[in-house]
Design a protein around this ligand. Structure first.
Ligand SMILES: [Zn+2]
Ligand SMILES: [Zn+2]
Length: 283
């Protein structure tokens, strides 16, 4: 946490315009840390035969709804994060007010949503039903389920070799990546799961969304004077993924680096590329 705070201070100095967003994220991380301390989840049991078969066929180890849940912890965390959101900015405050209204009218049942594992499709469906901003609502829900999910990933980590999967979706839970990362001097490329946070190795020339490997249709662009960040564009599916280059940057939480480089998302958006897994501030 100290390291995270330090990095956020650095980023705020460099790019004051992102101060509000970074402060918001830091508060969420603190709330998640608090929630972690009193977490209670069941261990995941994987059947050996199933595991082998699934790995061979290219299926993920589990699915989003198979993650253990701690409904009470997530409901409490959701409430804390909503409080933080109210103070963050008017747009977030407005969304939180709408959510609270839906809960008060007993139409939106958070416990039920968390109990079923809060998988992406279900969350989007609920956002539609109550007229909520999908990106914001998904972010709030996902932030609230993060501690139990991260604890589960720690349980499963030893079940898998992150270097050999090489697919565009997460080997643990099957979700799409939110970011790509370059690591080590030789520039090994990894993808970061948008749902469970697991990182796995991937080829350097590869679109995770359409599996394109064509040199002529995969491009990237840098922001001005920013060697540590780039946008990887695919001309086949017209989507992009942001890459954090840790060869030019001290190891840090990729999510804060993402939040502090929204100008690159704006650039990609202007060029007509879409981001399949946005954060709440992505255009
Ligand atoms: Zn995952
Ligand atoms: Zn593509």
């Amino acid at each position: 946490m100290e390291k995270l705070k330090e990095r956020i201070q650095q980023l705020k100095k460099k790019r004051p315009g992102y101060g509000e967003i970074l402060d918001f994220y830091q508060k969420i991380r603190e709330a998640q840390d608090d929630a972690k301390a009193s977490l209670s989840i069941h261990p995941i049991k994987l059947k050996q035969e199933v595991k082998k078969l699934l790995a061979k066929e290219g299926f993920s180890l589990i699915q989003q709804e198979d993650f253990p849940v701690d409904v009470e912890a997530s409901v409490n965390l959701f409430q804390s994060i909503c409080q933080i959101g109210k103070e963050a900015n008017p747009h977030m405050a407005e969304q939180v007010r709408k959510i609270e209204e839906a809960i008060e009218n007993r139409r939106l049942d958070l416990r039920k949503l968390f109990k079923k594992g809060a998988q992406e499709k279900k969350v989007e469906h609920v956002a539609d039903e109550f007229g909520l901003n999908k990106k914001v609502f998904s972010f709030l829900i996902q932030s609230s389920t993060k501690p139990p999910i991260e604890a589960a990933v720690e349980q499963l980590r030893s079940e898998f070799d992150s270097e050999t999967w090489l697919k565009g979706y997460c080997p643990i839970c099957g979700s799409l990546p939110s970011l790509s990362l370059f690591k080590e001097e030789v520039g090994k490329r990894y993808l970061l799961c948008s749902y469970c946070g697991y990182q796995w190795r991937i080829d350097r020339l590869f679109c995770p969304f359409c599996r394109n490997t064509g040199q002529e249709s995969l491009h990237y662009l840098y922001g001005e004077g920013e060697k540590a960040y780039r946008i990887d564009l695919c001309d086949k599916c017209h989507q992009y993924i942001k890459t954090i280059d840790y060869r030019n940057l001290a190891e840090s939480d990729p999510v804060i680096e993402d939040l502090a480089t929204l100008h690159l998302d704006i650039l990609a958006d202007q060029k007509g590329y879409k981001r399949p897994v946005p954060n709440p501030w992505t255009p």
